[in-house]
Write a protein that binds this ligand. Structure first.
Ligand code: FAD
Length: 409
């Protein structure tokens, strides 16, 4: 039998595309190498599934950086509001949390997955589990058929690759799509782990492990050029830094490695001079108090100890002994605390993959390949990645929907 559409990969993008095409009357076959659909989807939002974000259209596009403009059409045709309506029609009520993040009221990713499966079944899409696609056969600029690991071949008029990225490979996302797409002539922008912690190249992180930073500025530099800068929260881990601000910068850091320097400004709202004045006045008031007991008002004790040790100032020094130069060294450490970043944590912990199929070779209005006539691409396999907050799933819903709408019947 020749299907109208074969979808390779049953994650959010593939399920959306397959269901939509089936709803339009297409004969659809979805091939998934796992025993179940959407295994990664179940892990999203710590099992609660942050399914979209209501930040607003322009900001949504901006969140995807330079590549965001590619999503103009996809996000216009299937908006975050459409996502909410879509799931409501499938029985999933949603709620809005901090930073416009949208979750199911039930707080259960499994409910989102079951709703998608209901949609798939209503359109009568056929699904084959444990079907690992191993080969894509091209004849005259078109895919003629595909083969799965047990040797079975399948034929269709249209093929969609929605195999995701490489992050959390145990969920099935092992980057298979990149290889096929490269083989058929697509350019693949080098991939890296993103939305992941960073690794600090000495013992500093371990010494500070567990210390949380709030509303702090992180400036990542290479050869004195800023490669990423953002305000936000983070936490020191056993070997580096984690948390929303770090995750958001990690893709840019991964792309720029090695030789990355991180400068942390613990008081971005205060100038160097304002901090110096605060220190001077506090030291005057505190007279013969030990410096560590004065600075503890500013930052956690272990961090203060680290700053003083780095500055070669004894923790027990009485503040009336602190010189103007010492004060300036302390100000510098509070505004420009330096760390060397040796790496980002790999795909096993990264929420997404940055890099992927070059967007200039995909039609943003249809998700159709400009190189292979009957090929479409959707979801994370594209050279697109957003920050945490529901952006990456919205990318899958919108591009998957567009692909399902644009198969030629
Ligand atoms: C821990 C974690 C939490 C996250 N939380 C959120 C969140 O709350 N909100 C958000 O927006 N995003 C979140 N994300 C990101 C989001 O999960 C991904 O962006 C999204 O799952 C990508 O969907 P996809 O359909 O493109 O690919 P995937 O979800 O990766 O699905 C690809 C599918 O293709 C299958 N496949 C691969 N190769 C083959 C093959 N050769 N043959 C057949 N099938 C194959 C895989 O088994 C898999 O089922 C999170 C990610 C992680 C890891």
């Amino acid at each position: 039998m020749t299907y109208d559409l074969i979808v390779i990969g049953g994650g959010p993008a593939g399920m959306m595309a397959a269901s939509r095409a089936a709803e339009r009357g297409a004969r659809v076959l979805l091939l998934e190498k796992n025993k179940r659909l959407g295994i990664k989807l179940l892990t999203t939002g710590h099992g609660r599934c942050n399914l979209t974000n209501l930040i607003g259209f322009r900001e949504m596009i901006k969140a995807f950086g330079d590549q965001g403009k590619f999503l103009f059409s996809a996000f216009s045709q299937f908006t975050p509001e459409d996502t909410i309506t879509f799931f409501r029609n499938l029985g999933i009520e949603t709620k809005i949390e901090e930073n416009n993040r949208v979750f199911p009221v039930s707080d259960r990713a499994i409910d989102v997955l079951q709703a998608l499966m209901k949609y798939l079944n209503s359109g009568k899409a056929e699904i084959i589990f444990e079907a690992e696609v191993s080969k894509i056969i091209i004849e005259k600029d078109k895919i003629s058929n595909i083969e799965i690991a047990d040797g079975r071949k399948f034929f269709a008029e249209n093929y969609l690759i929605s195999t995701g990225g490489k992050s959390y490979p145990t969920t099935g996302s092992t980057g298979d799509g990149y290889g096929w797409l490269k083989d058929v002539g697509h350019k693949i922008i080098k991939t890296h782990p993103a939305l992941t912690p960073v690794v600090v190249d000495n013992d500093t992180a371990r010494e500070l492990e567990g210390i949380s930073l709030k509303d702090v500025k992180f400036i990542f530099k290479k050869d004195d050029q800023i490669i990423d800068s953002r305000l936000g929260d983070a936490i020191f881990t056993a070997n580096g830094l984690s948390g929303p601000a770090i995750f958001a910068a990690s893709g840019a850091v991964a792309r720029a490695l090695p030789g990355i320097q991180l400068i942390i400004d613990f008081f971005p709202g205060k100038s160097f001079d304002e901090i110096d004045v605060w220190l001077r006045d506090s030291f005057l008031k505190a007279k013969n108090k030990q410096i560590k007991n004065v600075l503890i008002e500013l930052l956690p004790e272990r961090l203060i100890s680290k700053i003083l040790v780095n500055a070669k100032i004894k923790l027990e020094t009485e503040v009336n002994q602190i010189t103007k130069i010492d004060r300036q060294i302390i100000c510098h450490a509070l505004k420009e605390f330096e760390l060397k970043i040796s790496d980002v944590v790999g795909y096993h912990k990264a929420m997404v993959t940055t890099g992927g199929v070059d967007l200039s070779e995909i039609d943003p209005k249809t998700m159709r390949s400009k190189i292979i006539k009957n090929l479409l691409v959707a979801g994370e396999v594209l050279n697109l990645d957003g920050p945490t907050g529901g952006f990456n799933l919205q990318l899958c819903w919108s591009t998957g929907r567009l692909a399902g709408d644009n198969i030629i019947l």
